[in-house]
Write a protein that binds this ligand. Structure first.
Ligand code: ZN
Length: 474
């Protein structure tokens, strides 16, 4: 490539022309799309932007902003992931302004510069050579020294003093929640995953959320009590929704997975022998694949009964149950089998209404078209050799996944079709992964919330006693 030469971040200057940079992507944010009506960005068409953080040596990393059509930006975002080794060719190199207020919203980097890639004028491509291996270790190198680390105990003790500051943490993942689809009040949809972390300084865990699709993808491979994270610039701030000061993953936060430092190994060892923790938030549900505790109906019942004496705290645990379905209300006339909720404010939409009627909600007060979602709200009974669990709940996405149809599709099914669907499941044996919630003062019975169910193919061949309950004596 004539006129283009290889540069390193350490020697890059503002205004450098025709450079080629090689390095690894260590962070990637969600693309943003701007409406064509915004005159600042528009040349008649829609414009989109995507930012990532790029590193070419232990000491050198920089923020890159890519501008282009929505198509171009989405394709870049999908192709070039965290961990991709890429070449950035002919980008625009600019100085960062000191005290730029936008620094609040971008990762802290070592380079005094920033890079802009404009579609058509510059290029990003994979670096497909042997040299790639040289860059891969940079992904595991923390982006700051360990000197600035705060312990969780210190953070929790001093949370109000730390308000509006950014802090660095080294933590072990203790819980990984399911990915949730969230629709904001203005109708935009997001993905979000809750996870929890601990360190050796306290028994307490803290709950964090991932909003970047790329990190949601990567966290699928995290393992409770094994994966260590270095969080550079986690934010301490007041949360209007939770009405308290909390730690959160902000747009500035850089995550290093299993950082290649001794402290990470020490941290994992320190946590390893802790008993398995349930999430501190009863509304956060684990990925079903992370539920490993196999129990019988009898054991579930015993655990519920043991927990209901003494403490005020609600009993909560997760279990795998191998059981068959004895009752499933898919063919019933139950008016609550399908629920309609407002997508924006999440309130129930009454049967004879077409919106939530909530005057604080754009759908309810008529300032926009009603946007309703239909969800399953199925009840079923399970049975194993030791007893019955009556009134288990199977709702939302989990139900759609199991039945292989959406609630909206189910809504249009005729009675015979519903009956047929029901008989596909009735009396078959399943691997059922569930959340069990003990009774409270206001809800007097236990809740069995089914998160995932898959056919247990070998159930006919194997005695239940052999596989699930070696403790039982007959
Ligand atoms: Zn609403």
């Amino acid at each position: 490539m004539a006129g283009v030469w290889r540069q390193e971040l350490s020697s890059l200057q503002a205004g450098t022309q025709n450079s080629i940079l090689i390095g690894i992507i260590i962070h990637s944010g969600n693309p943003k799309i701007f409406e064509p009506t915004n005159p600042r960005y528009g040349f008649g068409g829609e414009r989109a932007v995507w930012s990532f953080t790029f590193r070419d040596s232990p000491d050198d990393f920089i923020n890159v902003t890519v501008w282009g059509s929505t198509e171009y930006i989405n394709s870049c975002f999908k192709s070039f992931q965290v961990g991709s080794v890429v070449e950035i060719i002919n980008s625009k190199v600019l100085s960062r302004r000191p005290d730029d207020s936008r620094d609040m919203f971008v990762p802290t980097v070592t380079s005094p510069l920033q890079i802009t890639v404009n579609e058509g004028n510059a290029l990003i491509q994979f670096h497909d050579s042997e040299g790639r291996a040289h860059y891969q270790p940079l992904l595991k190198m923390p982006t700051k020294t360990m000197d600035s680390l705060r312990s969780l105990n210190y953070v929790l003790q001093n949370i109000e003093e730390l308000r509006d500051q950014f802090i660095d943490l080294l933590v072990v993942v203790t819980f990984i929640g399911e990915v949730r689809d969230i629709i904001s009040r203005d109708g935009r949809s997001f993905k979000c995953r809750t996870f929890e972390v601990a360190d050796a300084s306290t028994e307490k865990t803290i709950s964090l959320q991932l909003w970047d699709n790329e990190w949601i993808r990567l966290s699928e491979l995290w393992e409770p009590r094994k994966t260590v994270l270095f969080l550079a610039d986690a934010r301490v701030g007041y949360d209007n929704f939770k009405k308290k000061t909390i730690v959160s993953i902000a747009r500035k936060t850089l995550i290093t997975e299993n950082p290649s430092v001794q402290q990470a190994l020490d941290m994992r060892l320190a946590i390893r022998n802790r008993p398995e923790l349930s999430p501190s938030d009863p509304y956060s549900l684990p990925s079903p694949k992370n539920i490993t505790n196999v129990m019988t109906v009898q054991q579930i019942t015993q655990k519920l009964n043991a927990g209901s004496t003494g403490t005020d705290e609600r009993v909560q645990f997760f279990a795998i149950l191998y059981a068959s379905i004895t009752e499933l209300n898919l063919d019933s006339k139950d008016a609550n089998l399908l629920l309609t909720k407002c997508a924006l404010c999440k309130r129930m939409v009454q049967k004879d209404r077409d919106s939530c009627m909530n005057l604080d909600c754009p759908s309810g007060n008529g300032s926009r078209e009603p946007y309703n979602l239909v969800t399953f709200n199925v009840k079923l009974n399970l049975k194993d050799d030791t007893g019955y669990l009556v009134g288990c709940r199977l709702i939302g996405k989990a139900a759609e996944q199991i039945f292989g149809c959406t609630a909206t599709e189910f809504q249009t099914m005729k009675a015979e079709q519903r009956m047929e669907l029901k008989w596909k499941f009735l009396l078959s044996k399943f691997d059922v992964r569930m959340q069990v919630l003990g009774p409270t003062a206001s809800i007097t019975r236990a809740i069995y919330n089914i998160l995932h169910m898959s056919r247990f193919e070998t159930a006919e061949d194997i005695s239940f006693d052999d596989i699930i309950d070696p403790m039982r004596n007959h």
